[in-house]
Design a binder for this molecule. Structure first.
Ligand code: PFF
Length: 439
C-alpha cells in the first residue's frame, strides 16, 4: 500500500506543532518558570531551544523523511546493527508517556465540565476539589478512557483525514482561545507585577538546577528524543524544506509556551497568589482565580478547553509513533493497530489514574504516574536525544546534507552538524546524569 503523506506543507506544520504544543507548554512551562524564578529561566530556555532543540528536531525530520519509515525501521534501514534499539526505546517511550499523559488529558475534560458544576464558586476550596477528584478511582479512569477514545478516533482515521484534518481545525482554535485569554489576563487590575516577574530577568537566579530544568523542558515540549518527529517526518513530501520546517515548528511551540505565560502570571499576580506553587498552578490556583472573576465559569471552561485541545494533538502523535511501527513492521491495518494499541495503552494508564490518592501504587518510592514520567522523560527521552543527534552528525552525514539542501542552500548546515556531533550530545548527557542525581 502507498504510504500516506501530508496533504500540504501547512498541514504538516500544524500537525507537528500540534504534537509539540501540549500540556508541556500550557501547564508545565509556566509552573517551571514560576518555580525557577521567572524571566531568567525563560531566557535560558529560549537559548537551549534555539540551539539544541531545533537541531535535534531537524535531525529527526531527516531520519524520518529519508526512509519514510517508523523510528525502528528508519534506523534499521539507514545503518542497522544496534541502532534500531534507539527506535525501540522511542516506541516504548511513546507507549509509556501516552499512558499517563492521557490520565492528565482526562483531568482537563473533567475540568471543562466542572467549570459549570461547582468548581468555580467563591465557596469552593480548589485544593480539596482537585485532590478529591484525582483520588476518585472510577472517575479518573472514566475520563482517561474518554481522552484515549478521542485520541484513538483521530489516529484511526489516518494521517491526512485524521491527524492533519483535525490539527488544521484545532490549532487555530487553540491560538484564538489563547489570544482571548491573554487579553483578559493582561487587562486585570494588578496584572503588571506578573508581567514584570515574567519579563525582567534576575541573573542570580540561574543555577545548574535551572539549566537542567530548562533543557529537560525543551525536549519534552518539542516532542524530541523518542521519534515522534521521525514518524511525522516520514510523511513529509520531498518538496518541503526540512530546515525551514524545523525552524517553524520550534518557533510555534516556543511562541505558544511564551504566550501561555501571559495568561498565567498576570492572573496569578493580580490575585496575589504565589507563582512558585508547582504542578498545582494550573488545576488548583487558576480555578480559584477564575472564581474571583466576573464570568469566571466561562473563562475557566475556555481555559480547560484550550488545555484539552493542546493535549489531544500531542497525544495523537504519541499514539501514531506506536501505530506507525506496528503497521510498517507487522503489516497490521491502521484501524486494527489504533484500536488494539490504544486499548493496551489505556490499560497501562489505569495504575497511573489510580495512583494519585485512590490506591497507593508506588514504584521506586514514587507514585505510579510520577514513576512513569520519570522513566520516560528523565531516562528514555534524553538517551534517545543523544543517539539521534550522534546518528545525524556522524553516521548519516551525506544523507543529512542531501535532505537539508534538497530545497536550496542551507547556510547553517555546518553549525547544525557540529551541534549534532558535539554540543547536543554533551549537553544532553549532562541533563541525563544530573537528572539521575549522579553528579
Ligand atoms: N510535546 C508535548 C507537550 O509539550 O505536552 C508532549 C510530548 C508529545 C512529548 C509527543 C513527546 C512526544 F513525542
Amino acid at each position: 500500500m502507498e504510504r500516506e503523506t501530508w496533504g500540504s506543507k501547512t498541514g504538516f506544520w500544524l500537525a507537528a506543532a500540534g504534537s509539540a504544543i501540549g500540556l508541556g507548554n500550557i501547564w508545565r512551562f509556566p509552573y517551571l518558570t514560576g518555580a525557577n524564578g521567572g524571566a531568567a529561566f525563560v531566557l535560558v530556555y529560549l537559548l537551549l531551544v534555539f540551539t539544541i532543540g531545533v537541531s535535534v528536531m531537524l535531525a529527526e525530520f531527516v531520519i524520518g523523511r529519508s526512509t519514510n519509515l517508523n523510528p525502528v525501521g528508519a534506523f534499521a534501514k539507514l545503518k542497522g546493527g544496534a541502532w534500531p534499539i534507539v527506535g525501540w526505546m522511542g516506541v516504548a517511550a511513546g507507549f509509556i508517556i501516552l499512558s499517563y499523559y492521557s490520565v492528565i488529558g482526562g483531568w482537563t475534560i473533567k475540568y471543562i465540565i466542572s467549570s459549570f458544576t461547582g468548581l468555580i464558586s467563591p465557596t469552593t476550596d480548589t485544593t480539596s476539589y482537585f485532590l478529591g477528584f484525582i483520588g476518585n478511582g472510577p472517575q479518573t479512569i472514566l475520563f482517561h478512557a474518554l481522552f484515549m477514545a478521542a485520541t484513538i478516533y483521530v489516529v484511526y482515521r489516518g494521517v491526512g483525514k485524521g491527524i492533519e484534518g483535525w490539527c488544521k481545525i484545532l490549532m487555530p482554535a487553540l491560538f484564538l482561545l489563547l489570544l482571548i485569554l491573554i487579553v483578559r489576563a493582561v487587562t486585570l487590575p494588578g496584572a503588571g507585577a506578573g508581567i514584570s516577574f515574567y519579563l525582567n530577568p534576575d541573573f542570580s537566579k540561574i543555577t545548574s538546577k535551572t539549566l537542567l530544568a530548562a533543557l529537560g523542558q525543551a525536549f519534552f515540549s518539542l516532542s524530541l528524543g523518542m521519534g515522534a518527529m521521525i514518524t511525522y517526518g516520514s510523511y513529509i513530501s520531498k518538496k518541503v524544506s526540512l530546515p525551514q520546517s524545523a525552524a517553524t515548528v520550534t518557533f510555534l511551540d516556543t511562541a505558544i509556551a511564551f504566550l501561555a505565560g501571559f495568561v498565567i502570571f498576570p492572573t496569578v499576580f493580580a490575585f496575589g497568589i504565589q507563582p512558585g506553587a508547582g504542578p498545582g498552578l494550573t488545576f488548583i490556583t487558576l480555578p480559584s482565580v477564575f472564581a474571583m472573576m466576573p464570568g469566571g465559569q466561562i473563562w475557566s471552561a475556555l481555559f480547560f478547553l484550550l488545555l484539552f485541545i493542546a493535549a489531544l494533538t500531542s497525544a495523537i502523535s504519541l499514539l501514531e509513533v506506536v501505530v506507525a511501527y506496528v503497521t510498517d513492521a507487522q503489516g497490521w491495518p491502521r484501524h486494527k493497530a489504533a484500536l488494539v494499541i490504544g486499548a493496551a495503552i489505556f490499560l497501562l494508564g489505569i495504575p497511573s489514574a489510580l495512583s494519585n490518592g485512590a490506591v497507593p501504587i508506588n514504584v521506586f518510592g514514587m507514585g505510579f504516574l510520577d514513576a512513569m514520567d520519570f522513566l520516560a522523560s528523565n531516562i528514555l527521552l534524553p538517551l534517545g536525544g543523544i543517539f539521534i543527534a550522534l546518528f545525524a552528525g556522524w553516521i548519516i552525514k551525506d544523507i543529512a546534507k542531501k535532505e537539508t539542501t534538497s530545497e536550496g542552500p542551507f547556510p547553517l548546515e555546518k553549525v547544525w552538524m557540529w551541534i549534532c556531533r558535539i554540543v547536543a550530545p554533551l549537553a544532553i548527557l549532562i541533563i541525563f546524569l544530573g537528572g539521575l542525581g549522579l553528579f
